[in-house]
Ligand binder design. Structure first.
Ligand code: PEP
Ligand code: MG
Length: 900
C-alpha cells in the first residue's frame, strides 16, 4: 500500500470511556459485560427495557486498565466525559450535585465482569457536606434522615477513601448510645446524629491531619480513585487468584443517583430471587426492610421481613410480608420479576429500593443456586417454554449433577479444614478414624460410622473399604487402588493427602503437627479433597422427577453410548439403575477380592508348577463362571466386556504375617520357602512388570480358565433365558499385534471347545485395550486382529507421561499449583498428548477396519471435559464407574451440543 493511501487518524477522534443510562435509554446493554462490568451492563439493559432504574453512568473497565498501565493516571478525556454525564444526570433529575438547597447525591460502586462479592469498595450518599445536609433535611422534611445519611457517608468515605479505621466510628456510636442509655440506632434523634457527625469529623481530622473534604467534586474523584484502587487490595488479588479471574480485566465504576429506602415508613429496601434459590420452586423469594438502606439488610442488625405471604408462612415469620404492607409496589415488583425472567430467560437475583412509595431497581444478575434448584429451574423453565430442552441440558453442570447423587456437606455448617488431598471419589462422609480394614468391618458391624485411613490401600482392604463410610489415603493418585475402587463402590474418598503421616504401629495419624488416634472423628469431602476435623453434618441426596426428565432429554441428544465399569452384581445393578447401556470393563482381578478367593489367586500367582497353578484355577473357575453368569443376567442382552486377568502383582502378593500363614498352609509349603518365592516375584516396577497379557503369554492356563468360565456362563444364561448374551473378551496391556494374535487364538480355541460341548452358538468379539503408546501407534495392524479397541486411559496416561499412577499424588499438586498442568491428567485427559495418541489410534484402527468399535474405559470415561474430547474423536462409547453414569450421560449430550 502506498503511503499516500494511508488515512491518518483524525486528531479530534476521542475514545469513549463513560457510558450513560436511565429514563428508558442506555449507551450499552447486557452483552457488554467486559467493558461495563456485570452490574453496569445489567443496569443499562434494565434501563433499556423500561424498568425503573435510577439514572447513572459507568466508567468502563478500560479506564481501570488505563489507570494501572499509566502509573495511576486517568485518560485525558475522562474528566470532560464524566462532567458531561454528570450534567445529564442533573438534567434528568432536576437537581444539582453540590447544591446547598436541593442536592443530587450519588452512589459509587465497583462492578467487575464477574461478581466479586464484598471484595471491592462502595461509597453511598456522596455529595453530602455541612451545607447540603441542611438542604437534604429541608427537602426531605426529615432532618433525622438527613443527618443519619451524612454520618453513614462520613463513615463509609473515611473508611474506603481516607483509610480511617472503621472501628473508631463504631466506638463513637457505641459510646453515644451508652451515655444516652439507648440500645438501638433507630432511637437516635436528628440532634443525636448531628452530635455524632461532629465527633466523626473530629476523628477524621485527628487521624488524617486534614478536615473531612467538603467539596463534592473532591469527594467524587476521591471515591472513584478508591474504587479503582480496591481492584488491587490483597483480598481482591487473592479472590481473583482462587477464582481464576485475570488481573487485566479491571473493574468498572458505576455512578448512580442515590435513591433512599430510609426516608420513612413508605420506604424500603430489599433483595430477592425470581425463584427459590435453594429448592428451585417457581415462587418469588426475598426479603425487605422498611425504612432502611441496603447495608442494613446485609448487616443483620434488624430481622428482614419476607416479600410474600407464602414466604412468611414457610419461614414461620410473624412480621408482615411486603405483599401485605405495600401491596401496590409488591404487584409492580412481581411483574418486574416476570419481565426479567422472560427477558433474561434465567433465574435472577435482584436488589431494589422503594423511596416514598416508588420502586427502583438497583441490580439484577444471574442468581446463584443449589444443585437441586439448578435442576428444577432448568427443567421447569423448559416446560414453561422459556428455554429449550437443549438449553436446559446445557445449563446443568455435570459437577452439580454429581452433587445430587452423593451426600454433600451441609453448606451452613462450620468446618475446620485440616488439609487437602485429591478429590478421588465424590461425596462427603464422617466417622471415627480406623487404621485397618478388619477394624473398619468390626466397628461398622456394631453400627459405628468409620473412615478408613491408610497410607494406601490394596485388594486385601476391600472388605474394610466396603464397610467404611469413607476412605482417606496419604499416598496415591486419582487412579490409585483406593481411588478406583472407592469410585466403583460409590464411597467417598480423599486420596494422596500428602500432609498426613500415618503410623500404624503407634496408631497415630499426624496432620501438620496435630495428632489423631483411632476413634477420633473426622470428615472427608471426596468432591473437594478436604479433610476436616470432627463431624460436619451432611445432606443426603434425593433424586427427583426433574432428574429423570433431564436425563431423558440428555439421552435424546447424545450420540455416544454410556457403559459402566462393573464387576460385582451390586455394581452392575447400580449401573443399570443409573442408565448404563452395558459393561465396558469388568476387571476380573477385582472379582477375587473376597477373602476366600484372594487366597486362591495368591495360590495361583505363587504356584511354581503348572499342576500347582491348575489346582488353584480349578477352585476359581466355578466361582468366576457364577459371577459372569450373574453379570449377563443383570445386563439382559446388553454387551459385557470382560477383561482377562491384569493384576499388577504387587497388589496381590501377601504382605502381612497372617496372610503369609494362610497361603503357606493352602499351598502346603513351609513359610520360609513361601517368603523366598514372594521375594523372587517382587518387581522393581510392578506397573510396568509382569501384568496384562504378559501374564496370559507366560501362563496361558490362566486365560484358558477365564475363557471357559466366560463361555460356560454365557451358555448357562442363554439356555436359561432364551435371550442373547453378548460377551466381549478384552486383552489388556497389548503392545504388539503378535501378543494379541496369540491370545486371540487361545480364546477362540477355548470358546469353541466350551460352546461345541454345550451345542450352543454364542456370538462374541475379541478386542484389546489400547493403553501403551506403541499400541496406539501400531493401531493399524492391531486392528487386523482386534474387533474393538477400548482405550485404557489410566495406563495410557501413565505410560505416555511416564508418571506412576501410584505415586502421582506426591508431586502432581505442585505441578497444578505451578500451572504445568491445569488439571490432574489422571482425572481429565491430557488432550494434547494422551489425547493425540487416542486420535491417532482411532484413525489408524478405523482405516484398517471401518466398523471397529471404539470406547474408553479409563477413569476419564466419567470426566465431562474428557468426554467432550472423546466426542470430537468420534468414539462409540465411554465406560465409567456406576455412580458417574448419569454425569457421563449429561456430559455426552453437552458434548454434542458444544460440537454443533
Ligand atoms: C486403564 O488403564 O485405563 C484401565 C481401565 O485399566 P486399569 O485401570 O485396570 O489398569
Ligand atoms: Mg490398565
Amino acid at each position: 500500500m502506498s503511503a499516500a493511501l494511508r488515512i491518518p487518524k483524525a486528531a479530534n477522534e476521542t475514545r469513549k470511556w463513560v457510558y450513560s443510562f436511565g429514563g428508558g435509554h442506555a449507551e450499552g446493554d447486557a452483552t457488554m459485560k467486559n467493558l461495563l462490568g456485570g452490574k453496569g451492563a445489567n443496569l443499562a439493559e434494565m434501563s433499556k427495557i423500561g424498568l425503573p432504574v435510577p439514572p447513572g453512568f459507568i466508567l468502563s473497565t478500560e479506564v481501570c486498565t488505563h489507570f494501572y498501565n499509566n502509573n495511576n493516571n486517568y485518560p485525558d478525556e475522562l474528566k470532560a466525559q464524566t462532567e458531561d454525564a454528570l450534567k445529564g444526570l442533573e438534567k434528568a433529575m432536576g437537581l444539582r450535585f453540590g447544591d446547598a438547597s436541593n442536592p443530587l447525591l450519588l452512589s459509587i460502586r465497583s462492578g467487575a465482569r464477574v461478581s466479586m462479592p464484598g471484595m471491592m469498595d462502595t461509597v453511598l450518599n456522596l455529595g453530602l457536606n455541612d451545607q447540603t445536609v441542611e438542604g437534604l433535611a429541608a427537602v426531605s422534611r426529615d432532618p433525622r434522615f438527613a443527618w443519619d445519611s451524612y454520618r453513614r457517608f462520613l463513615q463509609m468515605y473515611s473508611d474506603v477513601v481516607l483509610n480511617v479505621e472503621h472501628h473508631l466510628f463504631e466506638d463513637i456510636l457505641d459510646g453515644y448510645k451508652r451515655d444516652e442509655n439507648l440500645t438501638l440506632d433507630t432511637q437516635i434523634t436528628a440532634e443525636g446524629w448531628k452530635e455524632i457527625v461532629g465527633q466523626y469529623k473530629k476523628i477524621v481530622q485527628e487521624e488524617t491531619g486534614k478536615p473531612f473534604p467538603q467539596d463534592p467534586g473532591e469527594q467524587f474523584w476521591g471515591a472513584i480513585g478508591a474504587v479503582f484502587q480496591s481492584w488491587m487490595t490483597p483480598r481482591a488479588v487473592t479472590y481473583r487468584k482462587i477464582n481464576n479471574i485475570p488481573e487485566n480485566w479491571g473493574t468498572a465504576v458505576n455512578v448512580q443517583v442515590m435513591v433512599f429506602g430510609n426516608m420513612g415508613e413508605d420506604c424500603a429496601t430489599g433483595v430477592a430471587f425470581t425463584r427459590n434459590p435453594s429448592t428451585g420452586e417457581n415462587a418469588f423469594y426475598g426479603e425487605y426492610l422498611i425504612n432502611a438502606q441496603g447495608e442494613d439488610v446485609v448487616a443483620g442488625i434488624r430481622t428482614p421481613q419476607q416479600l410474600t405471604v407464602k414466604g412468611k408462612i414457610d419461614n414461620k415469620s410473624d412480621l408482615p410480608a411486603m405483599e401485605e404492607t405495600m401491596p401496590a409496589v409488591f404487584r409492580e415488583l412481581d411483574a418486574i420479576r416476570h419481565t426479567l425472567e422472560k427477558h433474561y430467560r434465567e433465574m435472577e437475583d435482584i436488589e431494589f429500593t422503594i423511596q416514598r412509595g416508588k420502586l427502583y431497581m438497583l441490580q439484577t444478575r444471574t442468581g446463584k443456586r443449589t444443585a437441586q434448584a439448578a435442576l428444577r429451574i432448568a427443567v421447569e423453565m423448559a416446560e414453561e417454554g422459556l428455554i429449550t430442552k437443549e438449553d436446559a441440558v446445557k445449563r446443568i453442570s455435570p459437577d452439580a449433577l454429581e452433587q445430587l447423587l452423593h451426600p454433600t456437606l451441609d453448606p451452613k455448617a462450620r468446618k475446620e479444614i485440616l488439609t487437602k488431598g485429591l478429590p478421588a471419589s465424590p461425596g462427603a462422609a464422617s466417622g471415627e478414624i480406623v487404621f485397618n480394614a478388619d477394624e473398619a468391618e468390626e466397628k461398622a458391624k456394631n453400627g459405628k460410622k468409620v473412615i478408613l485411613c491408610r497410607v494406601e490401600t490394596s485388594p486385601e482392604d476391600i472388605h474394610g473399604m466396603h464397610a467404611a463410610n469413607g476412605i482417606l489415603t496419604s499416598r496415591g493418585g486419582m487412579t490409585s487402588h483406593a481411588a478406583v475402587v472407592a469410585r466403583g463402590m460409590g464411597r467417598a474418598c480423599v486420596a494422596g493427602a500428602g500432609e498426613i503421616a500415618i503410623d500404624y504401629k503407634s496408631g497415630v495419624m499426624n496432620v501438620k503437627g496435630v495428632s489423631f488416634r483411632a476413634g477420633d472423628v473426622i470428615t472427608i469431602d471426596g468432591s473437594t479433597g478436604e479433610v476436616i476435623k470432627g463431624l460436619v453434618p451432611t445432606v443426603q441426596p434425593e433424586l427427583s422427577a426433574h432428574f429423570q426428565t433431564l436425563m431423558g432429554w440428555a439421552d435424546s441428544l447424545r450420540r455416544m453410548k454410556i457403559r459402566a465399569n462393573a464387576e460385582t452384581p451390586l455394581d452392575a445393578r447400580v449401573a443399570r439403575s443409573f442408565g448404563a447401556e452395558g459393561i465396558g470393563l469388568c476387571r476380573t482381578e477385582h472379582m477375587f477380592f473376597d477373602a476366600d478367593r484372594i487366597l486362591r489367586v495368591r495360590q495361583m500367582i505363587l504356584a511354581e508348577t503348572v499342576e500347582e497353578r491348575e489346582a488353584a484355577l480349578a477352585h476359581l473357575e466355578p466361582v468366576q463362571r457364577k459371577d459372569f453368569a450373574e453379570l449377563f443376567r443383570i445386563m439382559k442382552g446388553l454387551p459385557v466386556t470382560i477383561r482377562l486377568l491384569d493384576p499388577p502383582l504387587h497388589e496381590f502378593l501377601p504382605h502381612e504375617e497372617k496372610e503369609m500363614v494362610e497361603v503357606s498352609s493352602a499351598l502346603k509349603i513351609p513359610a520360609d520357602k513361601l517368603r523366598q518365592r514372594i521375594e523372587r516375584l517382587k518387581e522393581a516396577n510392578p506397573m510396568l512388570g509382569h501384568r496384562g497379557c504378559r501374564l496370559g503369554v507366560t501362563y496361558p492356563e490362566i486365560y484358558a480358565m477365564q475363557t471357559r468360565a466366560i463361555f460356560g456362563a454365557a451358555c448357562d444364561v442363554a439356555e436359561e433365558t432364551g435371550e442373547s448374551v453378548i460377551p466381549e473378551v478384552m486383552i489388556p496391556l497389548v503392545a504388539t499385534r503378535k501378543e494379541l494374535d496369540l491370545m486371540k487364538s487361545l480364546v477362540d480355541q477355548e470358546a469353541k471347545k466350551t460352546c461345541t460341548g454345550r451345542k450352543k452358538t454364542i456370538p462374541y468379539t475379541i478386542g484389546t485395550m489400547i493403553e501403551l503408546p506403541r499400541a496406539a501407534l501400531r493401531a493399524g495392524e492391531i486392528a487386523e486382529t482386534a474387533e474393538f479397541f477400548s482405550f485404557g486411559t489410566n495406563d495410557l496416561t501413565q505410560t505416555t507421561l511416564g508418571i506412576s499412577r501410584d505415586d502421582a499424588g506426591m508431586f502432581l499438586p505442585a505441578y497444578q499449583e505451578k500451572g504445568i498442568f491445569d488439571r490432574d491428567p489422571f482425572a481429565s485427559i491430557d488432550v494434547d498428548g494422551v489425547g493425540e495418541l487416542v486420535k491417532i489410534a482411532a484413525e489408524r484402527g478405523r482405516k484398517t477396519k471401518p466398523d471397529l468399535k471404539l470406547g474408553v474405559c479409563g477413569e476419564h470415561g466419567g470426566d465431562p471435559k474428557s468426554i467432550a474430547f472423546f466426542e470430537t474423536v468420534g468414539l462409540d462409547y465411554v465406560s465409567c464407574s456406576p455412580y458417574r453414569v448419569p454425569t457421563a450421560r449429561l456430559a455426552a449430550a453437552q458434548a454434542v451440543l458444544k460440537k454443533n
